[in-house]
Ligand binder design. Structure first.
Ligand SMILES: Cc1cc2nc3c(=O)[nH]c(=O)nc-3n(C[C@H](O)[C@H](O)[C@H](O)COP(=O)(O)OP(=O)(O)OC[C@H]3O[C@@H](n4cnc5c(N)ncnc54)[C@H](O)[C@@H]3O)c2cc1C
Length: 336
């Protein structure tokens, strides 16, 4: 596909819509927006625009369409698949100013947010109301909800709660022509018609620009228990994963950690766990729910799986609603 360059006329039209402060083509800005987290790839945009509203996004896309200039939407730029790289130059459309949580609807267990809301900010805001937004990419402290949708992001909690696609009910999208549409309705069941909402999920900015999202929320689980289980080999740790599922237990999070990863974590945090020479891998396993006794029973079931696999057992515990990991190890599981 052949595109045109961004001309002075295009820049002037963009400035008319956004004002000069939010149409940037200086070297420093170009440099800041010419990469994401994908390897060392760099492609310079010709101009970076920072709209605040869907109406502004619509006007930008109309101009780009009329002048045949490429537009690359961008969230926080933490993507690992190159989606935010402006490979054809043109316009980078950053959603960083579209960062409001518009509504948390406690009665219907939904929220409506703009695409530039940081994942962790949303999690914290809904948690304060006793609600839970589970998709938890490791980049959650910086990545945006719009980027999460466009990449269908997920994290350790996917094992029980699913990924971004499982929480998107509806979204407002600006199409390349500038037309603003809603892809569905704010309901759990929508049985007829094309599923445009899910079409947008994972579309990496190729179909339109997401300007509002309605997300499903669930009640916040009040209790959780975090276990760190050491294994003599990576293979044994992997075997344990299917043993856990075969035992009929669904953890709320599960993550494989090789020895070096844990060593590094201990170097840069105050988390300390014993790491004898024969331990080569760990599984980090979380169970959650609302009844501590039930969780402790699940932990006992886990214990059986690991005993079968000849793993040594120990456990870290997280207090509910606190980020700090405290207390280590053997005695806790031994007491179960
Ligand atoms: C340290 C680190 C850890 C990570 N951990 C995980 C992980 O655990 N799980 C996981 O899934 N990913 C992970 N990622 C990848 C990345 O964080 C996710 O893909 C995240 O969803 C990207 O969000 P972003 O806001 O940074 O999007 P960007 O990188 O800015 O953009 C990503 C894509 O989304 C498009 N896009 C952004 N906003 C919009 C919008 N409003 N409308 C339409 N398209 C849009 C862009 O065009 C691009 O194609 C990690 C990345 C890093 C650097």
């Amino acid at each position: 596909m052949q595109y045109n360059k961004v001309t002075t006329e295009v820049i002037e039209k963009l400035e008319c819509i956004l004002g000069k402060d939010f149409v940037l083509a200086d070297d420093e800005t170009v440099c800041n927006y010419n990469h994401d987290y994908t390897e060392d790839l760099k492609y310079n945009p010709e101009v970076v625009v920072k709209p605040r509203t869907a109406a502004e996004v619509s006007e930008i896309l109309k101009i780009a369409n009329a002048h045949n200039v490429p537009v690359t939407p961008r969230g926080a730029g933490t993507g690992l698949s190159g989606g935010a790289l402006p490979v054809y130059g043109g316009i980078i459309l950053s959603t960083e100013r579209m960062n409001s949580i518009l509504e948390i609807d406690e009665r219907n267990l939904q929220c409506t947010v703009e695409p530039g809301v940081i994942n962790q900010h949303l999690r914290d805001s809904v948690e304060a109301k006793g609600l839970f937004y589970p998709p938890d990419p490791a980049s959650r402290g910086s990545c945006f909800i719009g980027g999460n949708l466009a990449e269908c992001a997920g994290g350790p909690k996917a094992v029980k709660y699913g990924v971004t696609k499982d929480y998107v009910l509806n979204c407002e999208v600006v199409l390349p022509t500038g037309e603003i549409i809603w892809t569905g309705a704010n309901v759990l069941k929508n049985s007829t018609g094309y599923n445009l909402t899910q079409l947008m999920v994972g579309s990496e900015g190729t179909l339109g620009i997401i300007t509002k999202v309605v997300l499903k929320l669930i009640p916040f689980p009040s209790e959780n228990l975090l276990m760190l289980v050491p294994f003599r080999t990576s293979e044994k740790a992997c075997e344990a994963v299917s043993a856990v599922f075969k035992a009929g237990i669904t953890p709320s999070a599960m993550e494989f950690m090789e020895r070096d990863a844990l060593k590094f974590v201990m170097q840069v945090t105050d988390v300390k766990v014993p790491l004898p020479d024969y331990v080569q891998a760990h599984l980090l396993i979380e169970v959650d729910g609302n009844d501590r006794d039930v969780l402790l029973k699940s932990a006992k079931k886990y214990q059986k799986c690991y005993t079968v696999l000849n793993a040594k057992k120990y456990c870290l515990q997280t207090p509910p609603n606190k980020k700090q990991i405290y207390g280590a190890h053997a005695e806790l599981l031994a007491r179960l």
